[in-house]
Design a protein around this ligand. Sequence first.
Ligand code: NAI
Ligand code: 3PY
Length: 386
Amino acid sequence: MAKPVQIEVWNPNGKYRVVSTKPMPGTRWINLLIQQDCRVEICTQNKTILSVEDIIALIGDKCDGVIGQLTEDWGDALFSALSKAGGKAFSNMAVGYNNVDVNAANRYGVAVGNTPGVLTETTAELAATLSVAAARRIVEADAFMRGGLYEGWLPHLFVGNLLKRQTVGVIGAGRIGSAYARMMVEGFKMNLIYYDLYQATRLEKFVTAYGQFLKANGEQPVTWKRASSMDEVLREADVISLHPVLDKTTYHLVNKERLAVMKKEAILVNCSRGPVIDEVALVEHLKANPMFRVGLDVFEDEPYMKPGLADMKNAIVVPHIASASKWTREGMATLAALNVLGKIKGYPIWSNPNSVEAFLDENSPPPAACPSIVNAKAIGLPVSKL
Ligand SMILES: NC(=O)C1=CN([C@@H]2O[C@H](COP(=O)(O)OP(=O)(O)OC[C@H]3O[C@@H](n4cnc5c(N)ncnc54)[C@H](O)[C@@H]3O)[C@@H](O)[C@H]2O)C=CC1
Ligand SMILES: O=C(O)C(=O)CO
């Protein structure tokens, strides 16, 4: 039996008990729950990743809903415990929900929320940052400077790659992949090649229109191509950024064979999920190809890196911070809380989970709807007419 976990309680006499497995940024999410008669319990235990047993202890005998984190294993054990405690609402504070067994949630009739729409640009900005930092060897150069090694300007010192007019490749051109593509095309006048199961029509239109604008101004237009295979992107692109969901089809999508297809001086960025890359194969590839560079926000066995990765100068590694802007993280907390609250109150689901501005406007009350429930159809939740 796990020891009781430490909690902070808001509005102790609230009718509905909502648990958050972590303190989350901002206070609006707490206030919105309190205003709707919720007792809010926030786990303050000094432990980064809570175990299933810890969360079962937090859920206790009576719990109406839980806001959880992407590091937690939301499977049968937790949905069963939540259901036994009378709860029918769960939300990840994340857009990705590969840590959640949605079928298990369906079996217990528990709604599963996520937080799209508020983190798209913030995450794409980090992917763009890693792309530029890798191209221009920023982290290596910073370490060199701080190490007192700089003796004066030299023609060969930290020579990197120019992005302008090169080709940017995007694997998974959904919300974040498309936002990243636009940044790289517009910011660096890169040509685009992308691979996705679906056509990214809006992205294609954007690149076409931007190309026409450049042409009208006497500049070379940018181009786009939808690749018929992922290998086509890997072969042709100079910078490749990974933005698919993590599922069975994308596990080790980038493996030894696919790394070998890429240009020797290519840049690979991953802000999706670690297991999309075979990290052991990546370390070998980085060792064998010193001009190949990577920018990684996510890792196969978080919080760990595969042996050898930390020693590679041609790798930039940051700790899963792609969505870490204040506005975004506060917004994610708000959306997760409103998913749980909406299910508790019996609200319908919002008709367009990608357009969530109405929930984020601090000056007006949020709509009476759940911003984004991924299993709404499976558990029979109606769609809002608002
Ligand atoms: N590093 C971080 O902090 C963050 C990571 N993420 C990750 O990014 C992922 C994507 O987020 P969004 O863009 O909002 O999702 P999205 O659903 O809008 O886009 C995902 C795209 O991947 C495509 N896709 C799925 N399987 C594929 C395959 N086998 N090959 C090629 N494309 C495939 C889909 O068709 C879709 O267009 C999330 O699921 C999450 O895991 C999201 C936010 C922050
Ligand atoms: O939202 C997600 O999926 C993340 O990885 C963190 O923002």
